[in-house]
Design a protein around this ligand. Structure first.
Ligand SMILES: Cc1cc2nc3c(=O)[nH]c(=O)nc-3n(C[C@H](O)[C@H](O)[C@H](O)COP(=O)(O)OP(=O)(O)OC[C@H]3O[C@@H](n4cnc5c(N)ncnc54)[C@H](O)[C@@H]3O)c2cc1C
Length: 449
């Protein structure tokens, strides 16, 4: 092992040899996020194989952050001191068919859970664009998919089990814990180590996905609500280069027993695609879920990208901004105005809708939202200059940035957009009085002035 390699085993971890799953990082290389744009400040990564391991690690260290599947683009998961991974806790713990819930270890990814859930006759209400991400990491950052009636992924959470800074195991449930539960689910990794998640499930279903090309912006202006309600989940992709959306992805449930029907050749002026497409049109659609109206299980249609394949482009940066749904068209036009500055640095933008929820730190807290997402080329100096320009244009709409992506919104503005921030801080102090789970990102956003 070289000097910079610090894959440590705690005293508790020594009891159970748990090094194996993470040895890929035990080389002379810095630990980075999935996109490679963010280098974590330490390589001291402790894998935990059991809740007891988590408790021991938490008790042993003064400072600690949990690392999920590393799909965030900023420093939200970073630590200068110690990182813990609960990826080995990836078991399906129980499926309660009567209560319609599934309980999983917090290290499980959606890609691991979904096929098993489907086999057992159940489904989740929605998924993000990729199944590769950890369930706990996604829910704690308010990760979302699309759909006027779909809350973000955390809205499926019925309970969480959490190890607090004192090493205590607590459970918070929707049924029992009311406001505290609503404060903790989108917890931004600030409250403790989530070790189990219970999710609502529903009977499994089939979906189809149809893609249309070249939706005129004039149609979007006039018919935004009709367009986004054109399916259970609708995504609009644009490069902002012309007054149109390059692609419209429409995902619809297929009712059992119905015969497959041909999709309409036109959708608000957009033409039905005649082959599978990638949102970044130059890239191979092989990485994408099946389109062309072919029915398939929900988990192979709701995400855009297939498990086992690289999602999106790989070498990229991402930003995303949420505005109240009633300002959707104005906000989209505000970004369109910036096309000459935005497009040269962009791979693709995606516009999605999210139903309101009740989680204090959720980007959709008490507001049905529209998300405007940017997949950037990996040129941080250029993107860093652009983000304040976009944020200024979206500021009149009370914009909230995605917690896991890149943004430059000043702390004071950000905090003013979360009316339950003071309650969230109080909850964080209760679970973590000494700031064990705080890091620079949280200091600058949630706590900073
Ligand atoms: C290609 C790509 C596509 C994406 N598509 C979408 C999309 O469609 N919609 C969307 O909203 N986002 C999307 N994202 C963003 C991303 O998926 C989310 O932000 C999510 O947080 C990633 O989960 P993770 O486990 O990788 O988190 P990480 O980056 O590993 O961690 C994120 C945060 O979660 C905390 N955390 C993780 N596990 C735990 C735990 N067990 N207990 C307590 N805290 C924990 C970490 O401490 C950190 O604060 C995408 C990202 C990529 C790279």
């Amino acid at each position: 092992m070289k000097k910079r390699t610090f894959l440590h085993l705690s005293a508790a971890a020594m009891v159970t040899p748990i090094l194996a799953p993470l040895t890929a990082w035990a080389r002379d290389e810095k630990l980075k996020n999935w996109a490679g744009n963010y280098e974590y400040s330490t390589n001291r990564l402790f894998p935990a194989k059991s809740v007891a391991d988590v408790q021991a690690l938490v008790r042993q260290h003064k400072k600690l952050k949990v690392l999920g599947t590393r799909h965030c683009f900023n420093g939200i998961a970073d630590s200068r001191d110690n990182l813990i991974s609960v990826r080995p806790l990836d078991q399906l713990i129980s499926l309660d068919a009567q209560a319609r819930t599934v309980t999983v270890g917090a290290g499980m990814s959606y890609g691991q859970l979904c096929p098993t859930l489907h086999e057992k006759g159940f489904a989740l209400h929605n998924l993000a664009s990729l199944p590769h991400i950890s369930i706990a990491g996604a829910c704690t950052t308010a990760t979302h998919g699309s759909g006027d009636k779909n809350g973000n992924l955390s809205t499926a959470v019925a309970a969480i089990e959490l190890v607090t800074a004192a090493g205590e195991v607590i459970t918070l449930s929707r049924e029992r814990d009311g406001e505290r539960f609503r404060g903790a689910v989108v917890g931004l990794g600030a409250l403790g180590v989530i070790t189990k998640v219970t999710l609502d499930v529903q009977p499994t279903f089939q979906m189809r996905q149809d893609v249309y090309e070249n939706l005129p912006l004039s149609q979007l202006k006039l018919h935004f609500d009709y367009i986004t309600s054109g399916g259970d989940s609708v995504s609009l992709f644009t490069d902002w280069r012309a007054e149109r959306c390059n692609e419209v992805w429409i995902k619809r449930r297929v009712e059992p027993g119905t015969k497959p029907t041909a999709a309409a050749p036109e959708f608000f002026g957009a033409r039905l695609a005649t082959r599978n497409l990638h949102p970044i049109v130059e890239l191979s659609a092989e990485n994408c879920t099946e389109q062309m109206g072919v029915p398939g299980p929900w988990y192979e249609r709701m995400p855009h990208f297939r498990m086992g394949f690289t999602p999106s482009s790989g070498k990229e940066l991402q930003s995303e901004y949420f505005v109240p749904r009633q300002h959707a068209v104005e906000a989209i036009l505000a970004v369109q105005k910036l096309h000459a500055q935005v497009s040269p640095h962009l791979m693709i933008s995606e516009i999605r809708t999210i139903a309101a929820d009740e989680f204090w730190m959720s980007t959709a807290y008490r507001q049905a939202s529209v998300a405007i997402h940017f997949t950037w080329q990996q040129d941080w100096p250029a993107v860093r200059k652009l983000l304040p320009v976009i944020e200024r244009e979206l500021s009149p709409f009370g914009v909230r940035p995605h917690w896991g992506k890149l943004f430059t919104v000043p702390a004071a503005q950000l905090q003013a957009r979360y009316e339950k921030l003071a309650d969230f801080r109080a909850l964080a102090r209760e679970f973590d009085p000494q700031g064990k789970f705080q890091n620079q990102f949280l200091a600058a956003t949630v706590w900073g002035s």
